[in-house]
Design a protein around this ligand. Sequence first.
Ligand SMILES: *Cc1c(COP(=O)(O)O)cnc(C)c1O
Length: 226
Amino acid sequence: MDIAQNLNRIYQQIAQYQTTHTVSLLAVSKTKPFCDIVAAYQAGQRLFGENYVQEGVEKIQQAQQQHLNDITWHLIGPLQSNKTRIVAEHFDWVQTIDRYKIAERLSQQRPAHLPPLQVLIQINISDESSKSGIQPEQLMDLAAQVVQLPNLQLRGLMAIPAPTDDIAQQQAVFKQMATLFQQLQQSYPNLPIDTLSMGMTDDMQSAIMCGSTMVRIGTAIFGKRN
Ligand SMILES: *Cc1c(COP(=O)(O)O)cnc(C)c1O
């Protein structure tokens, strides 16, 4: 598994698929050892996503000890209210906002010396059974509350669609997300709503073609997880 080679292949694919705007790559390092993050860092990767709070915080602390200070860390897994403080103290972004109570705690607990926590609202766009994410109809109400919080900055939306090999189905769901994203941008023309986080290893191309601005890739960079 050559992480640098994998990354370069994905950078090239992104460059090939993107058309109207730049798409950034979030390297999803959950369950992978810290040395894999270092390998990706040495290949030029700077955005990393972790799913589990404790594991993520340990890696953030290791990165600080090794002076890898220009990494941007995204929490992409579910967040319980008893873990908000440690997240507010360590992460740069939280992509999984789906309750006002969590957002409010993150804002209250964000240390004053850090910039505002950058957040995305997670939409439960296709997987009815999953508990994560809000329904599309709830977006405008939650957004209106989140934008009032002083130590959070709303940047856009995130979704994890139900996996399918059907390209037309992938694209239909991603297009629904793109429409919601445009509605959010139009509602807040003065805010930097610039991030639509969608697309993983198996549906990256569809996501980019439908307007993703950030793909979250694990397996294609670091190999299969156990
Ligand atoms: C694990 C995970 C990814 C990466 O998935 P791959 O299929 O390995 O690329 C992306 N987003 C979220 C929220 C994840 O949990």
